[in-house]
Design a protein around this ligand. Structure first.
Ligand code: GUN
Length: 284
């Protein structure tokens, strides 16, 4: 029997706990605050940001969403970030990616105060993660670790294969699995014999950004398959990087799209924002 890993259910459970925690914090005079900066009108980014806004409201976080024109200069965006770095009501800052081509993404991410970098993308946070002493962790891989924990997946000593090497998912995912003592293989679009490598995985994480890229022959019987993909098919339907219907015949555990990894990403964003606000409370 294949287990469908229900990210929606775990996210709801965690968000309910966060909502209660925010209520308690409010009683102590602190409202966790999150600033989200969205540049331009990329439809997928707009949806992600709307979902973050909605979850923030549900949990009781003070969220500020700045919708900025695609033509904004790098300098102006940088100034906006500085403003939130200094704002005591804001405990988390997120710049939705991707940014328009004329803006240097790394320079912008460098501008976020690492202590407010709830996405974990600042080089300081990336560095902390890679030396094994994380401060803030990129939300998607962090959410995946929580899902693996919820379903009591054995990680230590297992073969984990990650398809996709982005800074947002693939690289931090590899490090988190490594910290849990997996034997990690990073695969990507240029990997030779990708199918055979994937088929050795006990845990297969797919974040390559191609709809239904992973088919049945990529997956070992009983493997745990985590699908990070968010693609649209020809009819505009949301589909993952994994051909769910075919792969669920062989996988032991599998995440669906939607309602798998996506809700967990948002939950971890909320969790890290609230944790930052709690630190402020502890320091006063
Ligand atoms: N774009 C796609 N995923 C993410 C994410 O987790 N954070 C941000 N800031 N942008 C993204």
């Amino acid at each position: 029997m294949t287990v469908i890993m229900d990210g929606r259910a775990l996210a709801d459970k965690m968000q309910e706990n966060l909502r209660k925690e925010v209520l308690n914090m409010k009683a102590s005079g602190i409202v966790p605050g999150l600033a989200v900066l969205l540049v331009g009108e990329d439809p997928a980014s707009q949806t992600y940001v709307r979902n973050k806004e909605r979850s923030g409201e549900k949990i009781g976080i003070h969220s500020v969403v700045e919708r900025l024109p695609a033509a904004i200069s790098e300098e102006e965006l940088f100034q906006k970030i500085q403003q939130y770095n200094q704002d005591e009501k804001i405990h988390g800052i997120l710049v939705q990616l991707p940014l328009p081509k004329h803006i240097d993404e790394q320079r912008v991410l460098h501008g976020i105060d690492p202590k407010k970098d709830v996405d974990g993308f600042h080089p300081t946070n990336m560095g902390q993660l890679f030396i094994g002493d994380p401060w803030m962790v990129p939300c998607t891989p962090y959410g995946i670790m929580k899902l693996l924990e919820e379903y009591k997946i054995d990680i230590s000593g297992k073969n984990a294969v990650i398809i996709g090497r982005s800074n947002i998912v693939g690289k931090p995912m590899a490090q988190l699995l490594l910290m849990s003592n997996a034997t990690v293989t990073m695969a990507h679009s240029k990997t030779e014999n990708l199918t055979q490598i994937a088929a050795k995985a006990d845990i297969l994480v797919v974040a390559i950004g191609r709809g239904h890229f992973v088919t049945k022959n990529f997956v070992k019987k009983g493997a745990v398959v985590i699908d990070v993909g968010m693609n649209r098919d020809a009819d505009g339907k949301l589909i993952g990087d994994v051909d769910f219907d075919a792969v669920k015949e062989v996988a032991g555990y599998i995440t669906p799209v939607p309602k798998g990894v996506g809700p967990m990403t948002i939950t971890m964003l909320m969790e890290q924002t609230i944790a930052n606000a709690r630190k402020q409370l502890e320091n006063t």
